[in-house]
Design a protein around this ligand. Sequence first.
Ligand code: FES
Length: 109
Amino acid sequence: MAGSRVASVAELVENQATRVVVDGVPIAIVKDSAGDIHAIGDTCTHGEISLAEGFIEGETLECWAHGSQFSLLTGKPLNLPAYEPVPVFQVEVIDGDVYIDPTVTKEIH
Ligand code: FES
């Protein structure tokens, strides 16, 4: 089950977040410098801020409002004020297109 096509790999700019809405779920997609694609919940858990408008540093996406950095791998904030994680979605790349099913989140341990 591939979910919905949200972008092509080619149109995603490295280290820049893109906001998409899939079935009503806002998602921030990031292609990191290794070319890996990550998808996490776009809404900061501290306020109604789109994380895709923030800054990427390494494997984190930083909320521009108050500076919490969310791990692209686990969805967890690495610093306050946010303390609740955002969901991490499974990403599938098929023939150069990116697919996300917003009902499928990764299991984080
Ligand atoms: S709204 Fe994101 S850290 Fe405050």
